[in-house]
Design a protein around this ligand. Structure first.
Ligand code: TGC
Ligand code: FAD
Length: 390
């Protein structure tokens, strides 16, 4: 196969800095050499390829935009996005692992933690020596995390943590969890939970037909004693976890673009090679319609992300703008995966081609980090000023 060069219909590369392109190309090369050759097998056997963690850490894929002082690369937000784009071109499950580690575990420790907590955890998480997970969703509180019942009660210099979290990426293999729980006044607080604490367990969730190269589990807390020193001191309320989600949703908006690019690339290549009725199927108008619409949507998403990256760096991006990008790009990628699958005909349902795997992965991506409809309602609230959730 020729080396992937990326789609760039509007010469968006001209808008990128050399540093951004170097970081993107390094991850692209890692995906080509380390992820693409094994991913179909991992997916089929529902295995998370843990051996990739070291390489991902060396690329700086865990918390790339956090400061170098903590072992991170200190990149801008567009670089972080481009890295997520390339990882998800490989597989949404691999990008998920990086999103959770960087945006949902390292970011809250950096943003809301004490300097002692930062120094204790961030370098190890950046180096992949620790695996982190993020516990917000509960069995009865998914889209509405404000209703959570997981709670902490004071007991001397400890908190007693009780409750359960559901659908937690990486929990069965995690060393540390950032967990959100209500205190005795009902205020949501963040805690750093070492997973070897007695009373903490993380049973794996089996039977997923999506995101199979990612490991997902529960978090169960039964009178777990968490030192008070592990409370994140600098945030109270739902805005704590939601701020982390804004950071991760931004990365997902880029990641989904990567999955779409991979599907388009495969469909274009296949349609030029596959002949029916005496000519390449790419020569039929209906195939061209599919391909033309795909590259149009990819190009629009690239432009949206380039601008959003600039707004993030300037500190001007609003959570609602991030919601719009996450919702648009994931739905766009899912549509492209479905159309690309069709272009491959029967071959499209096999693991010879990536489209079906991306399609199934993207069903999860459409749901986690705020469902497609929740993000629509966030946009609706932003433009009308009326809150449909209350
Ligand atoms: P609401 O009253 O609107 O807000 C409470 C406070 O939070 C602030 N806020 C945000 N801050 C930062 N970023 C955001 N995106 C924010 N959204 C809201 C808000 O300003 C307010 O602050 P303050 O100072 O006034 O207290 O909250 P609500 O209870 O009405 O909920 C609103 C809603 C429905 C939008 C929110 O609950 C929501 O986004 N629900 C979706 C839940 C979700 O996304 N869960 C994701 C779980 S983690 C996950 O899926 C990881 S998958 C990772 C992987 O494997 O890649
Ligand atoms: P529900 O909230 O029950 O929603 C069901 C349906 O109802 C959806 O279609 C939704 O859009 C709709 N709905 C809900 N409320 C409204 C409303 N007000 N108006 C209109 N429609 C509404 N969570 C974590 O905390 N950490 C993780 O690491 C993590 N990883 C995940 C990994 C995977 C593979 C999956 C599948 C999920 C993960 N999640 C994680 C959980 C994820 O964020 C939730 O699944 C998601 O927020 C939706 O919650 P729910 O599944 O409970 O669905």
């Amino acid at each position: 196969q020729d080396r992937f060069k990326g789609q760039d219909y509007y010469m968006i590369d001209d808008l990128l800095t050399d540093e951004q392109k170097i970081a993107r190309d390094a991850v692209r090369e890692f995906v080509r050499g380390e992820i693409s050759p094994i991913i179909e097998d991992c997916y089929e056997r529902a295995i998370y390829p843990r051996h990739l963690i070291k390489g991902l850490a060396e690329l700086g894929a865990f918390g790339p935009s956090l400061p170098e002082k903590y072992g991170c690369a200190g990149t801008d937000e567009t670089t972080y996005g481009l890295m997520m784009q390339e990882l998800e071109r490989g597989d949404s499950g691999i990008r998920s692992a990086a999103s959770v580690q960087g945006s949902l575990v390292m970011y809250p420790i950096y943003r809301f933690g004490s300097e002692e907590q930062r120094m204790k955890y961030l370098p190890k998480l950046a180096a992949g020596e620790f695996i982190g997970c993020f516990g917000l969703t509960e069995p009865d509180h998914g889209s509405n995390p404000a209703g959570m019942i997981t709670n902490i009660k004071e007991d001397g210099d400890h908190y007693i943590l009780n409750g359960a979290k559901m659908w937690i990426t990486n929990s069965p293999i995690a060393d540390v969890a950032v967990v959100w729980a209500k205190d005795e006044e009902g205020v949501i607080r963040g805690l750093i939970v070492d997973m070897d604490t007695p009373g903490v367990s993380a049973p794996e969730i089996h039977g997923k037909l999506s995101l199979r190269a990612s490991i997902t589990g529960e978090l169960v807390f039964e009178d777990a004693r968490i030192p008070k020193a592990n409370l994140l001191p600098n945030v109270k309320g739902l805005k704590g976890p939601l701020s982390c989600l804004t950071k991760a949703r931004y990365g997902i908006a880029w990641g989904a673009l990567g999955a779409a690019m991979d599907c388009y690339e495969s469909a274009l290549r296949y349609s030029l090679e596959r002949e029916q009725f005496g000519k390449p199927i790419a020569g039929f108008q209906l195939t061209q319609k599919k391909l033309a619409e795909m590259i149009t949507e990819i190009t629009k998403a690239q432009l949206l992300l380039w601008r959003l990256g600039g707004l993030m760096d300037a500190g001007k991006a609003t959570p609602a703008q991030v919601s719009m990008a996450k919702r648009n790009n994931v739905a766009m990628a899912l549509d492209i995966a479905r159309e690309a699958r069709q272009i491959h005909g029967g071959m499209g349902i096999t693991n010879e081609y990536p489209c079906m795997r991306h399609m199934m992965n993207l069903e999860t991506v459409l749901t986690y980090e705020g469902t497609h409809d929740i993000h629509l309602l966030i946009t609706g609230m932003d433009v009308t000023g009326l809150n449909a959730f209350k």
